[in-house]
Design a protein around this ligand. Structure first.
Ligand SMILES: *Cc1c(COP(=O)(O)O)cnc(C)c1O
Length: 377
């Protein structure tokens, strides 16, 4: 399907080519080079993270995060259920056992109560979970104070999947820097892109060095090819890092534009009682990567997510259901799950609206018109 308006297409700044040209001119057309070093430094400066490692994808960054924390076969990892499958799959890569945690209805992220239930359940079984993976869904920061408190109380490392949340803040500090490790994604649909790529952030240099080593085939630092561990080929290319540098120059503008999209949708649709959005609690600043809304059950007999998805589709507009929770996916249905299926309801009632940063107000008005027309009839 060729859409007229996409959900979240790449948006070039025009600053990318100078860094890509530099890479060509200096012949650093490789998974090493000055753009990578500079991109890592610039990511640290922007996020406030002490250390950063640029890699080939957000999924690779999550895999490396688990390996850096020494997580392996038989270990329990507690993971937010309402997410893209890439958050959970790396738990399987390392042979650990994912256990899924429900969402709370305010930010749609990990419910601290369900998290504590799960932690206590496993501690009582003598199996303290080895990590918690929290998410900032569609850019909205999770309840980090509560989650950090629990992780500290029960001595469990926290991994933040901030793939969708570059630029989001919690109490004035960028998300991705609260956990022991944070990860970012620069896939084509994210707020900034390297065409494909990701990064691992950490205040702990040892985690980053371990991940850097594993991402380069675990080659021992000697002249010949010596390997004592299984490694991976996960480094970002110097060309992609160049694109990333040009994109990072305009991140503040992109955050402003995404928030502007949300504000427009909110103002147009807030009068409809059946529509709800993710709430930004006090002290929280979301990049509003995607504007997501729910359509409540009171109208679901007449209009539901599918009617709106179909209607927008008929007009050449791409919209999507909210991620289908992991505990409802056939590959993960046999794993343990803690919560009351709030994430399942968000999936049933949720829809992600076009949120690209190159959209014009006329596009937003057009989309809102279609939705209002359907719901008010
Ligand atoms: C995009 C995304 C990822 C994966 O990132 P890739 O760079 O595509 O591998 C992981 N988690 C979440 C929540 C994402 O949205």
């Amino acid at each position: 399907m060729q859409y007229k308006i996409y959900l979240s297409p790449p948006h070039m700044s025009g600053c990318e080519m100078k860094y890509v040209q530099e890479a060509f001119d200096s012949n650093w057309v490789a998974p090493a080079g000055p753009n990578i070093d500079a991109f890592e430094e610039e990511l640290c400066r922007y996020t406030g993270s002490k250390h950063a490692l640029a890699v080939s994808s957000g999924t690779a960054a999550l895999h490396l995060a688990l390996l850096s924390l020494g997580i392996g076969p038989g270990d329990i990892v507690l993971c937010q259920s309402l997410t893209f499958v890439a958050t959970a799959n790396p738990i399987m890569y390392v042979g650990a056992t994912p256990v899924f945690i429900d969402s709370e209805p305010v930010t749609w992220n990990m419910c601290p109560n369900a998290l504590e239930d799960a932690i206590l359940h496993y501690i009582n079984l003598g199996k303290r979970p080895k990590a918690v993976i929290v998410l900032h869904l569609y850019g909205m920061p999770a309840m980090l104070d509560e989650i950090l408190y629990l992780c500290k109380k029960y001595e469990i490392p926290l991994i933040e999947d901030a793939a969708e949340a570059l630029g989001s803040e919690y109490n004035g500090r960028k998300v991705g820097t609260f956990g022991d490790i944070g990860i970012l994604s620069f896939n084509g649909n994210k707020i900034i892109t390297t065409s494909g790529g990701g990064a691992m952030l950490s205040g702990n240099a040892q985690y980053i060095e371990k991940a850097r080593f594993l991402a380069m085939q675990a080659r021992e630092p000697v002249r010949h090819y010596e390997h004592r561990e299984v490694g991976y080929n996960y480094r970002m290319s110097n060309i992609c890092a160049g694109i990333g540098r040009g994109q990072l120059e305009v991140i503040d503008e992109r955050v402003k534009q995404r928030r502007g999209n949300f504000e427009f949708y909110f103002q147009q649709l807030k009068t409809l009682r059946e529509i709800n959005f993710q709430k930004e609690p006090i002290g929280v600043f979301s990049n509003r990567w995607l504007t997501a809304m729910t359509i409540s059950r009171s109208v679901a007999s007449r209009v539901n997510v599918n009617t709106i998805l179909n209607e927008l589709n008929n007009y050449g507009i791409e919209s999507r259901p909210v991620w289908k929770p992991m505990h409802l996916q056939s590959i993960y249905a046999s794993q343990k799950y803690f919560g009351n299926n709030i994430s399942g309801t968000l999936y049933e009632q949720g829809i992600c609206l076009p949120s690209g940063t190159a959209m014009h107000e006329a596009d937003l008005r057009y989309i809102c018109g279609i939705i209002l027309n359907k719901l008010q009839r």
